[in-house]
Design a protein around this ligand. Structure first.
Ligand code: PEP
Ligand code: MG
Length: 583
């Protein structure tokens, strides 16, 4: 058994196809000065052919997934003639008098290494795009054929895959894919989810464990890959696959239905997003707007530290228009902690250090353009602005003052915006929950971030395997803080939502509603499954379960209570409790 990160849910069973991405190693050749012109023509010709490939990939993507999904490839198209790449290859050919293939390889490798070394997940992903482009151009220089071809109905195992690979594979009806590297926000993961192809990434060695033709079970719910299973295991997974696909069908039917408890209490279900490519999922999974738009990804582009106000505005505009008439909640850049810091600072305790709003209030050159871009987007649809990592009311006041001043400036410039844009805080540092009354008087909404709240309440680093067993999002202390927050919000008449991973935990949903949470925001694929639990419960049941949860001294005992409740009420879900399920 090999374990990785499940990034696209579902169960696949079938033969493995070991796919090796071909990266050519091009030898250096000197080019006679009389033939340099010819070499430049060859390079331009290969770029043109690559553009033609990408156009084809874009048209397949558009047809299969719609307009919003093509941006990944449009970005690659732009990279082909990028201001810092194309001219550098040309001057490398001219000045070093080398063959086009070698020039492409050396220039692109240099840029790629810089991106890979940046420590930023986003730039590493761009590095992957660059490799794809490099391979494409070199293949055309050699007049090679496109090699994204695999056996039909197979499970593709590969070191790494690109978004283009998976688009082309999907035409061969692949059953699933599994890679050695990659992360949940990599383009392959996004594409796999969009195409409903079960996928697992970051196995660190699947390609060493399997050969083409081996039978694989890929469990995109738990992240497990089983190689050449015995009869009994196979039968278990065939059954799981069937039950899962039934659940998905049922969940699909839930998409147009309201998220309402049996006693008529409406629950808001919104989306957590971070990339424009994910916007298609809003309608697909029935999200009522965006409860959390993380801006870390969108702000880092193509080797430059941060994108400009204009570029941010055009991205935010697209997001607002896709979510409208429902609201988009943009979160101010949450750098620091485990997220990359372009300023390159090193801290002993990054999670207790310079992070989120702390950085932004110190760095007006980051905050003001972002805030202006968000406010400008608010002229085109409802926008809310959310502050990360707030711990003191002073931060809220400082931000409010900057927002007022920014609004005055925009008004003076004659730029349109919504002057009533709500400003809310993430409740993710315990001080905010404990003083929620005070915060509720000076903010327009709360969004409870249980991922961080849990780590700060329990003093357990959310990314440290050594203490992972202590990370308990349903610890009574965490639940008490959630309740204090919802009570304060209710008393002040402001909305409160919960946007941490806990929202997708089937065992937690009844309890959280019982504690007074009104709205959940989660990755869209989980929304139908969450709705299933909501529609199977009464609010009064949630309140009774919450009472028990608040005094539960043994987590295992309380889990058993919830499992029993789910088994009796939300039939079908309990089978998938050990991993999240979704359509
Ligand atoms: C959280 O802390 O719960 C949250 C939603 O924010 P992030 O995971 O981006 O820190
Ligand atoms: Mg957080």
């Amino acid at each position: 058994m090999v374990k990785g990160i499940a990034v696209s849910p579902g169960i696949a069973i079938g033969p493995a196809y070991l796919y090796a991405r071909v990266s050519f190693d091009v030898e250096k050749r000197s080019i006679d000065s009389k033939l340099l012109k010819n070499e430049l023509v060859r390079f331009e010709d290969a770029v043109r052919r690559s553009e033609r490939d990408l156009k084809k990939i874009i048209s397949i993507t558009r047809e299969k997934l719609g307009e919003n999904s093509v941006t990944i490839f449009e970005a690659q198209m732009l990279m082909l003639r990028d201001q810092s790449l194309y001219p550098e290859v040309v001057s490398c050919i001219e000045n070093s008098r080398v063959n086009a293939g070698f020039a492409v390889q050396s220039v692109m490798t240099k840029h790629r290494r810089m991106m890979e070394a940046s420590g930023s997940e986003y730039l590493r992903e761009r590095a992957n795009d660059l490799l794809d482009i490099q391979d494409r151009i070199i293949r055309h220089l050699r007049r090679g054929r496109i090699l994204s071809s695999v056996d039909e109905n197979s499970i593709v195992a590969s070191e790494n895959l690109t978004a283009a690979d998976i688009i082309l594979f999907s035409r061969r009806g692949i059953l699933g894919c599994v890679t050695d590297f990659g992360g949940p926000t990599s383009h392959v993961s996004i594409m796999a989810r969009a195409l409903h192809v079960p996928a697992i990434v970051s196995t660190h060695g699947i390609t060493n464990e399997v050969k083409s033709g081996d039978i694989l079970i890929l469990d995109g719910i738990t992240g497990e890959v089983i190689v050449n299973p015995d009869e009994e295991t196979l039968a278990h997974y065939v059954n799981k696959r069937e039950r899962y696909s039934r659940l998905v069908q049922e969940d699909k039917a839930l998409v147009p239905l309201p998220a309402e408890t049996l006693d008529g209490h409406h629950v808001g279900l919104q989306a957590n997003l971070e990339l424009r490519e994910e916007l298609v999922q809003l309608a697909e999974y029935g999200a009522e707007g965006i409860g959390l738009y993380r801006t870390e990804m969108a702000l880092l582009m193509e080797g430059r530290a941060l994108v400009t106000e204009t570029e941010q505005f055009s991205q935010y505009l697209e997001v607002v228009q896709a979510a409208s008439p429902a609201a988009t909640t943009f979160r101010i850049l949450d750098l620091g902690g485990d997220k990359m810091l372009p300023m390159g600072n090193r801290e002993h305790n990054p999670f207790l250090g310079w992070r989120g709003i702390r950085i932004m209030l110190d760095k007006m050159e980051l905050l003001v353009p972002q805030l202006r871009a968000m406010l400008r987007a608010s002229a085109f649809g409802p926008v809310r602005i959310l502050l990360p990592m707030v711990s003191s009311i002073r931060e809220v006041r400082s931000f409010r003052a900057i927002m007022d001043k920014t609004m005055e400036e925009l008004a003076a410039e004659g730029v349109a915006f919504d002057p009533k844009v709500p400003m809310g805080v993430m409740v993710e540092v315990p001080s905010v929950a404990l003083a929620a009354d005070q915060f509720a008087r000076e903010t327009d909404f709360f969004s409870i971030g249980t991922n961080d709240l849990t780590q700060y309440v329990l003093a357990v680093d959310r990314g440290n395997d050594l203490v992972a067993h202590l990370y308990d999002e349903m610890h009574p202390a965490v639940l008490q803080l959630i309740q204090m927050t919802t009570k304060a919000a209710k008393a002040a008449g402001i909305p409160v939502s919960l946007c941490g991973e806990l929202a997708t935990n089937m065992r937690a949903i009844p309890v959280l509603l019982g504690l007074g949470v009104e709205t959940f925001s989660a990755s869209p694929i989980y929304l139908p499954g969450m709705k299933r639990v909501i529609r199977a419960m009464k609010l009064s049941e949630g309140q009774a379960l919450a009472k028990k949860a608040l005094i539960a001294s043994d987590p295992a005992e309380f889990r058993a209570v919830m499992d029993k409740w789910l088994e009796e009420h939300a039939c079908g879900v309990s089978f998938f409790l050990d991993g999240k399920h979704s359509a």
